[in-house]
Design a protein around this ligand. Structure first.
Ligand SMILES: [Zn+2]
Length: 279
């Protein structure tokens, strides 16, 4: 079973270096212009020291933020955590509850805005990285009582969340339009999705290979076995149990076991399903 690790950004309470240049004009001649502590919403730090600098060339001042922090009250790590919460299917309210376990109070509307901010905050990086295998998943959040379709793109190599968009996964055209720039910029060859047909069509439109996520494949097989259970009589139930067990545990000789089951039972449909899951 593939495990996707989502790395959380490091968050520092102090800057460890001087800014490399003025954000306005690029000049490297900078004077420190005082500093102040700022309360921060994060899983570990509560306050951060932010220094101001003044550019000698253009005379404008700016704040230099420590790693993982920005003008926003929340740290980058907290934003990422919120996005991960959604990928696990948590509601906005559920995510607020989890964050409160870290001593962080966040209204659920704020959580929602943060997740949207992630897509923007990772954009500058996209030109420099290569992502061969992209994971795409859709999920629903409830916003003002209405279900809201959301799509998330994850680099399955590093586990990094790359983009988040408010798109219904059934809207093939919108999904393809969202995927195309990601595929072009990142050099994506394979897109891992669930078994939803419309996502498959979108993946084809952007000329990528599609792989069905094992998690979703298992869910799909589970549904089929359940269907077979209701259609077949009692004599078959034990064989179905065996198929289900084999697919779930994935023993090294799983394919052979399923082949034997097929020979004994003639349960062709189940064999085909499970064989593809184990391949
Ligand atoms: Zn300047």
């Amino acid at each position: 079973m593939a495990i996707v690790t989502l790395h959380l950004s490091t968050v520092k309470a102090y800057t460890e270096n001087r800014p490399s240049g003025c954000p306005h004009c690029g000049s490297g001649l900078l004077q420190r212009w005082g500093g102040a502590t700022k309360p921060v919403r994060d899983t570990q730090i509560r306050t951060a020291m932010i220094y101001r600098y003044r550019c000698v060339a253009c005379r404008r001042t700016f704040r230099h933020y420590p790693e993982g922090l920005s003008r926003a009250d929340q740290s980058l790590r907290l934003l990422q955590l919120a996005a991960i919460g959604w990928t696990l299917g948590l509601s906005l309210r559920g995510m607020s509850a989890i964050l409160s376990a870290f001593g962080v109070t966040l209204a659920h509307m704020t959580v929602w805005r943060d997740a949207q901010a992630i897509a923007k905050s990772v954009k500058p990086d996209l030109s420099r990285r290569k992502v061969r295998v992209l994971g795409v998943d859709g999920f629903y959040t409830r916003l003002k009582g209405k279900p809201q379709g959301t799509l998330l793109a994850v680099d399955l190599g590093s586990g990094q969340t790359l983009a988040l968009a408010q798109i219904e996964e059934s809207d093939t055209q919108a999904v393809a339009e969202w995927l195309q720039p990601l595929v072009d910029q990142l050099g994506v060859e394979v897109i891992v999705t669930d078994d939803l047909a419309s996502l498959g069509v979108a993946v084809e439109q952007v000329n990528c290979k599609r792989q069905i996520c094992r998690f979703h494949a298992l869910r799909w097989i589970g549904r089929t076995i359940k269907e077979l259970r209701s259609q077949l009589d009692e004599d078959w139930q034990e064989s179905l149990d065996e198929v289900q067990r084999t697919v779930h545990d994935m023993p090294p000789d799983g394919q052979r076991l399923l082949y034997m089951l097929k020979s004994w039972t003639g349960l062709e449909a189940a064999f085909l399903l499970c064989g593809s899951a184990l391949a």
